[in-house]
Design a binder for this molecule. Structure first.
Ligand SMILES: Cc1ncc(COP(=O)(O)O)c(C=O)c1O
Length: 430
């Protein structure tokens, strides 16, 4: 979907956050990531309202994170899900209270765990048995019990792309609830005097467009929790169902609201609560559903090529370096010229500038007729684009500019050619 503020001005030019996109391209260059602050605020508020006081929202920074984004998330009263020392450092620099941070990762280094424990991160999500003794030691050294969740794979197959499906038993993440691995992890965690087992977590995949997998996930976690209660007397304080809510990349994608997801999950929780115990706090970790719609990527068209008997290619000054998703998992997008609407249309393939034939941003898209020199806006690019950007071909990563009520501010500066050589050492240097 387009950002909530997206419209066309009197000239017919696309504007976002009250700023015409041609002005942004002029001022900051292309390619350019544009983030609409109003859309981010709206999505964070929707999640917060959906969870209410009996739930927690941790925005998943892996979708899109920089210091200003972390500050915006904090200002919205939302916590942060981080997955590396880099994301954690960004969150801490932004002043996110450590208690509102949850740390993930299927391979966390000792340095990352030390940073998290020293900072007082609210929750560490344990992904493997190897992590437990290490965390236990750090907890005992710090003289307190470190609060952990166990990441489980409850065997729920969300209907989404294989690369972004994570809840099935055969996964590199977490402990399978089938075959005893998860139970073994509960027992091991309960035996650690440096740890406090606060709850259970499962993230089942991404770009999910239906409430039922979320409900099934909540129920599977509760069912597992109840078995643990009956066995060890342990009952979770928190049940975290991860992220995964999809967005509308194309017409026909129709995601449910955060409120519908939360309602469906909660409906399945109460029946598993043992007598005298409270319903656990429900937590969520939305990433894509907060950031994706806010983002528009601006490109300048450099080349138009008609292949006789083949396709018509419109090639832009960015591509897989700033948005790997089409090449990685055939992700589809919509686009429009930034300039005024026109009656003529054409089926074109929008190609990137990188040295890979698979560097195609849109395949066979029916678009208004485009010419070299024009600006093209690709929508719904706020999540997993900048966050996954590379410098392939030594092409610098674009700037991120945030727009809000007519104001445009740089959130991340554009890299330069010289930046890319900055860490290089000359041949023979020590
Ligand atoms: C543990 C965890 N939480 C949250 C998310 C965010 O998912 P999404 O962006 O689909 O909401 C992910 C994504 O991979 C994840 O692995």
């Amino acid at each position: 979907m387009k950002p909530v503020t997206c419209t066309r001005d009197a000239r017919g030019v696309l504007t976002v956050g009250g700023v015409p996109l041609d002005e942004l391209a002029e001022r900051f260059g292309t390619p350019l990531y544009v983030m609409d602050v109003a859309t981010i605020r709206e999505r964070l508020a929707a999640w917060r309202e959906a969870l209410g006081d009996a739930g927690r929202v941790y925005y998943a920074g892996k979708a899109f994170l920089c210091r200003a984004m972390a500050e915006l998330v904090r200002a919205a009263g939302v916590g942060l899900d981080v997955v590396s020392g880099g994301e954690l450092t960004t969150a801490l620099l932004a002043g996110v209270p450590p208690a509102d941070i949850v740390l993930h990762g299927n391979v966390k280094t000792r340095a990352e765990l030390e940073l998290a424990v020293d900072a007082g991160v609210g929750r560490i999500v344990v992904d493997s048995l190897e992590e437990l003794p290490l965390l236990d030691e750090l907890g005992r050294r710090a003289g307190r019990r470190v609060a952990v969740l166990l990441r489980l794979t409850p065997g729920i197959e969300a209907h989404t792309h294989e690369f972004i499906r994570t809840g099935q038993f055969d996964s590199k993440f977490g402990f399978a609830t089938l075959g005893g691995a998860a139970e073994e992890a509960v027992q091991a965690a309960l035996e650690c005097s440096g740890l406090y087992l606060a709850g259970l977590h499962a993230h089942i995949g991404s770009q999910i467009l239906d409430v039922s997998p979320f409900a099934a996930n909540a129920e599977a976690l509760m069912q597992f929790a109840r078995r643990q209660y009956d066995r060890w007397g342990w009952w979770p304080e928190e049940i975290d169902i991860g992220g995964g809510l999809g967005v509308s990349y194309e017409p026909g994608d129709d995601p449910p609201t955060p409120a519908a997801v939360v309602r469906a999950a909660r409906e399945r929780m109460a029946e598993w609560v043992p007598p005298g115990r409270a319903v656990p706090i429900l937590s969520v970790e939305p990433g894509r559903s907060v950031a994706a719609d806010a983002g528009v990527t601006l490109y300048r068209i450099g080349v138009k090529k008609r292949v006789p008997g083949g396709r018509t290619y419109v090639a832009v000054d960015g591509g897989m370096g700033d948005n790997i998703r089409p090449a990685l998992y055939q992700a589809r997008y919509t686009a429009e010229p930034v300039g005024p609407p026109r009656p003529e249309r054409e089926v074109v393939t929008v190609a990137g500038r990188y040295c890979e034939s698979g560097d195609l941003l849109l395949r066979d898209a029916d678009l208004p007729r485009l010419e070299p020199g024009e600006l093209l806006a690709v929508f719904t690019t706020g999540a997993y684009t900048y966050a996954m950007a590379s410098t392939y071909n030594r092409v610098p990563r674009p700037a991120v500019v945030a727009v809000d009520r007519g104001d445009a501010r740089i959130w991340v500066e554009r890299e330069t050619w010289a930046d890319l050589a900055r860490y290089d050492r000359a041949l023979g240097s020590p």
